[in-house]
Design a protein around this ligand. Structure first.
Ligand SMILES: O=C(O)CCC(=O)C(=O)O
Ligand SMILES: [Fe+2]
Length: 356
């Protein structure tokens, strides 16, 4: 990634402004009132005013921004530090070493250094792993073909502690993800465990991102503008900064300031569909930096492959009819994964293709 290959250059209108706006950023939400909260059995241990306020805050943040930061989330700091150290070790190796666990059309998780977003190459390298081993998905993106296949993780020999650090981290984040889905359900007036049925064989994956220093941060992006296609993303970012969110109120790109130990949460396309557009999945992108490398770790909380994603019955009626046709999550996922290996003339599959 030494010189700037034209494949990385963004069209003029999508290039970042390096002096990004820092005023009015995404909401910061304190989850302290969550202690003792167990959404899976629908009980709310802390049924207090503080808890009601928290649910309302989550709802407002989802509506206004689609993004928020959380503190006092209950994830042990040492687990996050550990996966961060292992990720640095892994990416610090030669390309040849990393390519030993490179993903390809058969093994779709692992190391990858040539990802494209909207056909422009991203200035980054990644390592993906699924949380469930194995993860079950449709064998074919085609409708009517029922065969199922397994996605299996590819763990590198070095660093030897990477696998355990990743597995421990994923377990912690899974607990947080269920709590956040519980809060989001309650903020929509639904029972806390409303979404659990969709997660029995979930297809969640975690990505270790490394953004190396870039000699042309005004031309390239670490990740081009996009929306996350899953339900909910929980992101750990380091102290370098670079993530920008498209503010709903005016369409400006706003920097998400790093806050030590906080996680950044964002609503993905599936929550947009489930909520029938009450909450929207918001565009975001990542700027790169000419001096500093950056690391981040998104956790993409995705349902089971056989889930038909559609607006929830409780949230639709004759005055507010469903805005989307049902679509099969697994087929959507494997279509998107497959298209990562080709440079396409057409746009990726998107939820608006299912809009009624
Ligand atoms: O690195 C980041 O801050 C965000 C990455 C991201 O948006 C993604 O991987 O979907
Ligand atoms: Fe994203």
């Amino acid at each position: 990634m030494g010189e700037v290959d034209p494949a990385f250059i963004q069209d003029v209108e999508h290039r970042p402004k390096l002096a990004a706006i820092q005023a009015e950023g995404i909401p910061l939400i304190d989850l302290a009132a969550l202690a003792g909260y167990s959404p899976s059995d629908g009980t709310v241990a802390a049924s207090t005013t503080a808890f009601e306020e928290l649910v309302a805050e989550i709802g407002e943040a989802c509506k206004k921004w689609g993004f928020f930061a959380v503190v006092n989330h209950g994830v042990a700091a040492e687990k996050r530090e550990r996966i961060g150290r292992e990720a640095r070790e892994f990416f610090g190796q030669s390309l040849e070493e990393k390519k030993k666990v490179r993903r390809d059309e058969k093994r779709v998780v692992g190391y990858y250094e040539t990802e494209h977003t909207k056909n422009v190459r991203d200035w980054k390298e990644v390592f993906d792993f699924t949380v469930k081993e194995p993860t079950l998905v449709p064998a074919s993106p085609k409708d009517g073909e029922e065969a199922i296949m397994e996605w299996n993780n590819q763990w590198p020999e070095y660093p030897p502690g990477l696998r355990e650090a990743c597995e421990e981290y994923a377990q912690e984040l899974e607990k947080l993800a269920y709590k956040l889905m519980g809060l989001i359900a309650q903020s929509l007036g639904l029972p806390a465990n409303r979404f659990d049925e969709y997660y029995k064989d979930h297809t969640t994956f975690v990505r270790l991102n490394h953004y190396p220093p870039c000699p042309a941060p005004h031309l390239a992006l670490g990740v081009g503008r996009h929306k996350d296609s899953g339900a909910l993303t929980i992101l750990a970012q380091d102290d370098v900064g670079g993530l920008e969110v498209k503010r709903k109120s005016d369409g400006e790109w706003v920097l998400v300031k790093p806050i030590p130990d906080a996680f950044i949460i964002n609503v993905g396309d599936i929550i947009q569909v489930w909520s029938n557009d009450t909450y929207e999945s918001v565009e975001h992108r990542v700027m790169v930096n000419s001096k500093k490398e950056r690391f981040s770790i998104p956790f993409f909380f995705n349902p089971s492959h056989y889930v038909m994603v559609q607006p929830l019955k409780e949230l639709t009626d004759e005055h507010n009819p469903p805005k989307y046709r049902p679509y099969n999550w697994g087929k959507f996922l494997v279509t998107r994964k497959g298209s990562n290996f080709k440079k396409l003339d057409v746009e990726n599959l998107q939820i608006y293709h299912f809009r009624i």
